[in-house]
Design a protein around this ligand. Structure first.
Ligand code: SAM
Length: 224
């Protein structure tokens, strides 16, 4: 079988891949990502490992790509933007809704968070649960409807929703700790506004950022 000209095998991480990651980090800086901890995590996590063979050479482009089951690995800028807006601290307990490929979870873990990640699609859940620990990343994997959150593990210091929601699910804001922050794209199925919800003295403060285009959040509090 012909070998990919850049990547010799999927787990190899040599100076070529590290160089491509550093170039990606430079692009993200130019696009306005300033948090050095986020940039260091992007520089550390081998994104190519989350790609299937045919797409491997595209791993360090600033683009979303298919991961099977009609789902995508988010664009690195989107991952960086959401992570920066989370104002994450090492040790924070984070719920990620939409495990997908596991790349975002790996970035959160690389920043020292304790991560619970929930995926609705059974095949992706199984695939990612098998892959991430091989790379040394060990979140708590859950399978189910993350639009309801994970009440048994609440409260969370941070919640990151990586699929587009029609509304902010109350089930999720209820699971935010006092002082907690949630980042969630909300809108229609074509485009969504990135929202940051902060819980302060029991009240919810809402900030709005740019538009993004995510696959839909499914489930009871998502697109049915
Ligand atoms: N964070 C992912 C990554 O790093 O690859 C990208 C996520 S992809 C854009 C969105 C994911 O959300 C898909 O894997 C999809 O199956 C999942 N999803 C959609 N609705 C969900 C729900 N209600 N609960 C959990 N996962 C959901």
């Amino acid at each position: 079988m012909a070998q990919n000209p850049i990547f010799l095998n999927e787990f190899e991480d040599n100076y070529r891949q590290r160089g491509l990651r550093n170039q990606l980090v430079k692009k993200l800086r130019l696009k306005g990502i300033l948090d050095e901890n986020v940039l260091a995590a992007i520089a550390k996590v081998p994104r190519h490992v989350f790609f299937d063979g045919a797409l491997l050479s595209h791993a360090y482009e600033d683009k979303a790509f298919p991961i099977g089951e009609g789902q995508t690995i988010s664009q690195p800028y989107t991952v960086a933007f959401q992570t920066e807006k989370l104002r994450l601290k090492a040790g924070d307990k984070v719920l990620e809704v939409g495990t997908g490929s596991g790349y975002q979870a790996a970035v959160l873990l690389a920043m020292g968070a304790k991560v619970y990640t929930i995926e609705y699609n059974q095949k992706l859940y199984e695939k990612t649960k098998a892959l991430l620990p091989k790379l040394g990343y060990r979140p708590f994997f859950l399978h189910g409807d993350g639009s309801k959150g994970v009440p048994a593990k609440a409260p969370f210091d941070r919640i990151i929703v990586t699929a587009g929601a029609p509304v902010v699910p109350e089930a999720l804001t209820a699971q935010l700790a006092e002082g907690g922050i949630m980042i969630i794209p909300v809108g229609d199925q074509e485009k969504q506004k990135m929202l940051r919800i902060t819980k302060k003295n029991g009240k919810l403060l809402k900030e709005e950022f740019d538009n993004f285009a995510f696959v839909p959040l499914l489930g009871v509090h998502g697109w049915k």
